[in-house]
Design a protein around this ligand. Structure first.
Ligand code: SF4
Length: 583
């Protein structure tokens, strides 16, 4: 097969449109049945299709014709159905190591790990068959490391524990208290220790349906580690967690890996992936169409190759451009700019929680990042600035028009094109195209994935006429590449409009990449939060990283930030000199 056709019948409007598309196919016009419309479904025969490009032009949101790379002559591992996503290879777990998987959303990462976890039986591209046994898998992978892996699975020598991506779905299938769930899976008899390490004591008697996203994530990780397994698979273990919790979870998972077991991790936070993994597979291809897994690489090299967009050993260019980082932190801007909003001695009480601020201001053409733990009042403060909430005490000047993207996104039956009317008309090149929203225009918000809905919500915030854009957790649900693209979109947009932006986020690399200045929240989650800053990057990061107990260095090749190994020479030197942020 040299090309694949992907058809989303849900997105084709009606029978008339399907018949029209069928009628314009040049192969059909010669009397052959390349495009078929049967039982209300449109399908494309990939062997007859010449790749002329006419039908995807007629329905770009629903049909994609992809020419596969020349060298991709292998049989697929799995295909979801006729004209549906195809996966061509698998990552391989390495015993004694944490292996990361990096790649854009929709490239098959979850499919690949579900196959390794035996949650999904691969069909080798023949979607009409139902069962595959291990002998077939072993034969298929003959001569590769995966052969050994599936031989061990067949002999019962590998037992897999798997944490799924969407922890928010757990309450839909599991009822009862947290303690009951954890007791049920405690095959190692280590409940007490693990509950302590993951700080779950206070929620043990809470109903699973009532705990927050971050708590669900930690419960799911505890449940995975409590199982008596030797391959631990974690699909996005840090979503909903703040930076402190991300670092703790990384240390926790790493501490469990020894010569007798292995971990596989899908993670979009590049600083965390770099910190937790020893090795990395890159996944590339075309989103929602096909995915390929690269050979395994040491983590530093793997992330650098991912940023470069080119895998030399496999001679594959999977992105046109290289993702670059600045060599130096932003230079302190000396000239005083116009203050667009300011605050002084703000106080707000919400139940037992008390928020306080010092004096601070934001200026025109400035992006300020906000760092702090979960439950420390970041969203409350943003809401006060956005006039969604009123402070109890203190002053906030509201000289400016504010546009606000909340942390939690509301879905509805509205069409994307209607919600983003202004962005489609006024900012196609600044917002719609770089955020890859065009093809979603006729979808309802309720039909979008988490990452798609996030991009639409960001575009909705940016399309408003405002002086200050407040974005609460814009990186959630986005992959590493989308996060870096988003930084550029916000930067360029804010600069062009001579506006400002305030960004609350837990991805340290994203915050570092986008911010000119930092506001740092201190205090005790659920008890008190103190707003300090804005500081320049060096001062703000030093303050925040000192509190976390980690130091950062720049990678000499890509200039991306990396976390120093705890107690390494650099870590000690930087801590002694008080330079937690880059030397
Ligand atoms: Fe027909 Fe293929 Fe051309 Fe589509 S791309 S019109 S299916 S030949």
């Amino acid at each position: 097969m040299t090309r694949i056709a992907i058809v989303d019948n849900e997105k084709l409007k009606d029978m008339q449109q399907k018949l029209y598309i069928q009628s314009i196919c040049p192969v059909n016009r010669t009397g052959k049945e390349c495009i078929k419309v049967e039982d209300g479904r449109l399908t494309i025969d990939e062997h007859l299709c010449t790749g002329c490009g006419i039908c995807p032009k007629a329905a770009p949101h629903a049909i994609k014709i992809i020419n596969l790379p020349e060298e991709l002559k292998t049989q697929p591992i799995h295909r979801y159905g006729e004209n549906k996503f195809v996966l061509y290879s698998l990552p391989t777990p390495n015993f004694g190591h944490v292996t990361g998987i990096i790649g854009v959303n929709g490239i098959g990462k979850s499919t690949a790990i579900k196959i390794l976890a035996s949650v999904l039986k691969p069909n080798f591209g023949e979607w009409t068959r139902h069962e595959t046994d291990y002998d077939e898998l072993i034969k298929f992978f003959k001569g590769t490391e995966a052969q050994g892996f599936f031989e061990k699975v067949k002999e019962g020598e590998i037992k897999v524990a798997y944490k799924p991506q969407q922890v928010d779905l757990i309450p839909k299938t599991t009822r009862g208290k947290v303690i009951d769930l954890l007791k049920k899976v405690d095959e190692k008899n280590e409940l007490k220790r693990i509950v302590n390490e993951l700080q779950l004591n206070e929620i043990l008697n809470n109903e699973i349906s009532e705990i927050s996203g971050g708590e669900l994530q930690r419960v799911a990780i505890a449940a995975t580690i409590l199982k008596n397994a030797n391959l631990y698979i974690f699909d996005e273990p840090t979503s909903y967690l703040d930076i402190k919790q991300r670092i703790n979870i990384s240390r926790f998972i790493k501490s469990f890996i020894n010569e007798g077991n292995a971990a596989l991790i899908v993670e979009h936070d590049l600083i965390i992936l770099d910190y937790i993994a020893d090795l990395v597979h890159i996944m590339y291809g075309k989103e929602n169409c096909y995915g390929i897994v690269s050979g395994v690489k040491p983590v530093r090299n793997g992330i650098n190759v991912y940023l470069s967009g080119y895998i030399k050993e496999e001679n594959v260019r999977f992105r046109d451009s290289r993702i670059k980082f600045a060599e130096k932190p932003p230079i302190k801007k000396k000239h005083v700019k116009e203050a667009i909003t300011s605050w002084r001695n703000v106080e707000k009480k919400l139940g037992n929680f008390h928020l306080k601020s010092e004096e601070g201001a934001m200026h025109r053409n400035e992006i300020v990042g906000i760092l702090g733990e979960n439950g420390i009042g970041k969203t409350t403060f943003v809401k006060i600035l956005a006039e969604v909430l009123k402070q109890d005490k203190g002053e906030v000047s509201h000289k400016v028009k504010v546009s606000y993207k909340p942390q939690y996104l509301e879905s509805s039956d509205a069409l994307v094109v209607d919600v983003l009317h202004t962005a489609f008309n006024k900012y196609p090149n600044q917002i719609i195209n770089p955020l890859n929203i065009e093809h979603l225009s006729l979808s309802k918000l309720s039909e979008l994935s988490g990452g798609e809905l996030q991009r639409v919500a960001i575009a909705h915030c940016l399309q408003q006429d405002a002086d200050l854009y407040l974005l609460d957790e814009p990186s959630a649900y986005l992959d590493a590449e989308q996060r870096l693209v988003l930084s550029k979109v916000i930067r360029d947009f804010v600069e062009q409009k001579n506006a400002s932006a305030l960004i609350v986020d837990h991805d340290l690399l994203f915050v570092d990449y986008i911010s000119d200045k930092l506001i740092v929240f201190e205090g005790k989650p659920a008890v008190e939060g103190n707003v300090t800053g804005p500081f320049d990057m060096e001062e703000g990061m030093n303050k925040f990283l000192k509190e976390l107990g980690i130091t950062l260095r720049r990678d000499p090749e890509t200039y991306r930030p990396r976390v120093n190994k705890l107690d390494s020479r650099l870590d000690r030197e930087q801590k002694e000199s008080g330079k937690y942020y880059y030397v």
